[in-house]
Design a protein around this ligand. Structure first.
Ligand code: NAP
Length: 259
């Protein structure tokens, strides 16, 4: 029987997930569809999931936290992150997972960083920091304001004012600075210092040479954008939809065509 998948978000028009998943469906010769669902009211997510007879779905901004609350069961690191980006139908229940953090780790593990500094303290920062810590990596967080840092009790945290210089193997921008504007994630003089004390700069924003990445390139650092994170969270989600039936390398090969 044909399977049906979607991505829930608001906005969702820009999402390339349908393209990624459709390439994998086609490449693996499966009978399935994957479309986009603009969901304005996140509280309706479960209703719509069952009404539309979905076998699985992805969830993007701003519904990841409400999705976590609405699931019949949440598995894996999503329980700690308290946000869900993948839904799977199992025995008529909506099961939630988070593949963003795994996707990020997959995209940077080649660098073998032991000590990272994360810029930003929102949802993505929370997911990434927990996962990296579980992998034994030392993680510090720096954020514009102190409010969200309260969610990071087990980490060394700084605001722009309290930050003191030290070396980190990798600096990761998880703020939305540079997404739809040309701003830096911290004041320029502070970012200059931070980037002068690292080897690698990673931005989770994808398909854009952000001012953060541009400055890192000028300092001859290794750089990486968020495309592979997006790709790998999709690979993992796809295999969850199919109960781990496929080789991740094959899914990756087909999904890469979307980029
Ligand atoms: N590649 C991927 O697959 C992928 C997946 C998920 C997310 N993302 C990207 O990750 C980014 C963050 O998403 P999110 O959901 O984590 O956002 P979020 O929960 O809204 O958090 C935003 C964070 O950015 C900070 N911030 C926002 N504007 C800033 C600015 N102009 N200067 C400095 N700090 C600023 C906020 O600081 P305050 O606390 O001070 O407000 C907060 O720490 C977005 O760009 C998103 O597109 C990429």
């Amino acid at each position: 029987m044909a399977k049906h998948f979607t991505i829930f978000g608001n906005p969702v028009q820009h999402s390339i997930s349908p393209k990624m998943h459709s390439f994998a469906i086609e490449g693996l010769s499966l009978d399935a569809t994957y479309d986009k669902t603009l969901l304005e009211d996140g509280t309706k997510l479960k209703e719509v999931f069952f009404e539309n007879k979905l076998d699985g779905a992805n969830v993007t901004v701003p519904h990841k936290e409400i999705a976590y609350k609405l699931c019949d069961e949440v598995r894996g690191i999503a329980k700690d992150i308290k946000a869900v980006n993948t839904l799977v139908l199992e025995d008529n229940k909506m099961i939630g997972y988070n593949t963003d953090a795994w996707g990020f780790y997959q995209s940077i593990k080649e660098y073998d960083a032991k000590d990272v500094l994360i810029l930003g303290a929102g949802g993505t920062s929370k997911a990434i920091s927990l996962f990296l810590k579980q992998k034994g990596i030392k993680v510090s967080i720096i954020n514009r304001s102190s409010k969200r840092l309260k969610d990071f009790k087990d980490f060394q945290t700084f605001t722009w004012d309290s930050y003191h210089d030290s070396y980190h193997d990798m600096v990761i921008n998880t703020t939305s600075a540079g997404l739809s504007d040309d701003s830096y994630p911290t004041p320029k003089d502070l970012l200059d210092k931070i980037l002068s004390n690292t080897k690698t700069a990673v931005d989770v924003i994808y398909n854009k040479n952000t001012p953060f990445l541009q400055l890192a390139k000028e300092k001859n650092l290794k750089t990486k954008d968020g495309s592979d994170m997006l790709l790998f969270q999709g690979v993992k989600a796809f295999n969850l939809f199919y109960h781990d039936r496929f080789d991740e390398k094959d899914i990756e090969k087909f999904m890469r065509k979307a980029f």
